[in-house]
Write a protein that binds this ligand. Structure first.
Ligand code: APR
Length: 320
């Protein structure tokens, strides 16, 4: 059986971390693609030395030639410019849209059977554009945003409750932006619903409200502390978990940005919803029963995504 080919389009902070994790988890051989050849070649060389220590036979390559992505099984896209202090995801749109055109076109040409995970921001608009430029079917192109936002929510809840994070299940849906929808009503700790834990006095509603706000602001909090880069460890871990579910047909459920065709009353946009990922790509989209407040918040988040997609169409007439 041949080894999987993992292409990382963008060999910056997240791309390098993805390559390290892919090697450690033995996902297959790794190709790092960037605009300049030497930095990805340098990272690949360094990582191949790390592989010798880790006992991994992964072959790692760096390249600036898009033709080298041919036959990829999984493509994870981080190509583009990240957030900086004071620059929100939306401001990145005009810069990163042409990058999605370049990478998306290359995917359609060289590896149309790949499963594609987009990380580039503004996430929901970029994954939408990437899919359009690639021409791939909706079930094979997904955006990584919700897994990261949910990890932040789970981490903050675990810390506040003093429990293992493995016991905390919680999802953040909608767009990967300031209007994201952290779902606290459906969150569970060891199978017990979070609202019940409030009744039991484990945590106050005010503490939960503060955690929701901190989750919404999670990316900016990291950017402000780091100064010159945005988050990269957690985004990389999230995308690797999704890639593993695809490659291993694990059928795990993730909150992820999927192409909707009527689900949640949304058509023609990518928005964060619970999806099941297996060897068929996105094999199922799960439709939750929202209450009125959740529905209102989700609609507001979808409207923000829709407006970014309109910006994409305005900037690139081929997308209209
Ligand atoms: N093709 C390939 N690589 C590209 C292209 C392109 N057309 N344009 C830019 N790149 C590369 C850059 O050269 C850089 O090495 O993408 C890489 C991005 O890396 P970083 O600047 O380190 O950014 P990173 O922190 O990895 O974040 C990447 O993910 O979370 C999002 O907001 C973040 O959009 C950003 C993306």
């Amino acid at each position: 059986m041949s080894r999987n080919k993992i292409v990382l389009a963008g060999a910056g902070q997240i791309g390098g971390t993805l390559a390290h994790l892919a090697m450690l988890h033995r996902l297959g051989d790794v190709t790092l693609l960037d605009v300049a050849a030497n930095p990805p070649k340098g990272k690949a060389l360094d990582l191949s030395h790390a592989a010798a220590i880790e006992g991994s036979d992964a072959v790692l390559r760096g390249t600036a030639d898009q033709a080298d992505i041919v036959g990829a099984d999984v493509v994870i896209v981080t190509a583009g410019v990240p957030r900086r202090p004071g620059v929100d995801r939306e401001a990145l749109l005009g810069i990163n849209l042409p990058v999605m055109e370049s990478i998306g076109t290359a995917i359609g040409r060289y590896c149309p059977d790949a499963f594609v995970i987009c990380i580039t921001n503004p996430l929901d608009a970029m994954v939408w554009a990437l899919r359009r430029f690639s021409g791939l079917p909706p079930e094979r192109v997904v955006g990584m945003g919700g897994v990261l936002d949910s990890a932040r929510l789970r981490s903050f809840l675990a810390e506040a409750l003093g429990v293992s994070v493995t016991e905390v299940q919680a999802m953040t849906l909608g767009g990967h932006g300031d209007d994201m929808v952290p779902l606290v009503r459906q969150a569970t700790v060891g199978g017990v619903a979070l609202p019940d834990l409030v009744k039991m006095g484990w945590i106050t509603q005010q503490a939960i409200d503060a955690i929701v706000q901190r989750t919404r602001n999670g990316g900016a909090e990291v950017v402000n502390l780091m100064g010159s880069s945005s988050a990269y460890y957690a985004p990389a871990s999230a995308a690797i978990a999704m890639a593993m579910s695809y490659l291993g047909d694990q059928k795990r459920v993730f909150p992820a940005s999927a192409a909707l065709s009527g689900q949640y009353g949304v058509d023609g946009l990518h928005v964060g919803v619970p999806v099941m990922i297996g060897s068929g790509g996105i094999e199922k989209i799960i439709e939750l029963d929202f209450d009125d407040e959740e529905r209102r918040q989700f609609a507001r988040s979808v409207a923000a995504v829709a407006s970014l997609v309109e910006d994409c169409k305005r900037l690139h007439l081929g997308l209209a």
